[in-house]
Design a protein around this ligand. Structure first.
Ligand code: PBG
Length: 302
């Protein structure tokens, strides 16, 4: 394990000098863009190559088509610019999905009868990715699980001249109970229904391989498996099946579980988190997104 194996997810909010702790994720806060930039700088200095950004928006900015996601002066776009200005060497990765901007709390467009419209979502994702690239994102990370998303995003980026903007595809993203604390952080839980029609069935590993191969063929630069800990076999299978770098997301619920046990004195946090991250790497992850990235990088001497 080295600091360079890690990426740090950050939650951003409006304001200056703001830090709002996330209750279910002790040690993690929603931060205004100035604080997020300082954090990205620190992480980079500790050897963590970059950050993955998620905006926490006020409900008043959300609508059914996630219009705010394409606002050139939106919170996320300003966060990218702030970080690029204050931490120019840190890699900035942005999340492509409708949920933080959607009044329905879903990653895709919800039809009047409550279904997810895959194909109506694709142009929205493509425009969102172009808007993020225009703000300066180095890589865009579609986490929406719509079919054909990587191809739609790649061709839109190329057409807009962003040929060097990379794609980190959340290829095998399971419909998991381990995203709960993240949804609290962004207030992005589905307002009705669940995500089982587009996220994957936890019992299925072959579909993960199929999704990773499809995303690779559509032009992904990195494929990701998410969550990580309960899906080590999936990471290993995807590692075997594709030649691209494989990422894994050590998600909010994995972080919260250990934090809660540690707060009770039931498990020792530092060795346990190292063991978790080592297991994820051992399974085959070349890159690990973890809320522990900064602490672990420092521990490793970064
Ligand atoms: C949604 C998204 C989620 C996460 C990253 N992007 C949650 C979801 O699908 O509801 C979860 C990350 C975490 O739990 O740490 N586009």
């Amino acid at each position: 394990m080295a600091p360079s194996d890690l990426l740090l997810p950050l939650f951003v909010v409006e304001g200056r000098d703001v830090e709002q702790p996330v209750t279910a994720m002790p040690g993690v806060a929603r931060m205004s863009t100035d604080r997020a930039a300082a954090c990205a700088r620190e992480a980079h200095a500790a050897g963590v190559p970059g950050v993955a950004l998620f905006p926490a928006l006020d409900d008043s900015r959300k609508d059914r088509l996630a219009t705010e996601s394409r606002n050139p002066d939106g919170l996320l776009q300003r966060a990218v610019r702030d970080i690029k200005e204050r931490a120019p060497d840190a890699l900035v990765i942005t999340d492509v999905a409708m949920d933080p901007y959607s009044s329905d709390g879903h990653d895709g467009v919800v039809t009047d009868d409550g279904r997810i419209d895959n194909d109506a979502t694709l142009p929205i994702l493509a425009d969102m990715a172009v808007s993020q690239a225009a703000a300066g994102a180095d890589m865009v990370a579609p986490s929406d699980m719509m079919d054909g998303h990587v191809a739609a995003i790649r061709s839109a980026l190329d057409a807009a001249g962003y040929t060097d903007t990379g794609i980190l595809a959340y290829s095998a993203k399971y419909a998991s109970a381990f995203y709960g604390p993240f949804r609290e952080a962004l207030d992005s839980a589905p307002r009705h229904g669940d995500k089982q029609t587009y996220q994957m069935d936890p019992g299925n590993v072959r579909e993960a391989v199929r999704e990773a191969r499809l995303d690779a063929a559509e032009g992904a630069d990195i494929v990701m498996v998410k969550p990580a800990l309960a899906y080590l076999d999936v990471i290993a299978a995807v590692r075997q099946a594709v030649e691209l770098p494989v990422a894994a997301y050590n998600v909010s619920g994995e972080y919260a579980m250990l934090k809660a046990a540690a707060a009770n004195g039931w498990i020792e946090e530092a060795p346990a988190r190292r063991e978790m991250l080592t297991a994820i790497k051992r399974a085959g992850a070349d890159v690990i997104l973890s809320y522990w990235a900064l602490e672990v990088a420092r521990e490793l001497g970064g």
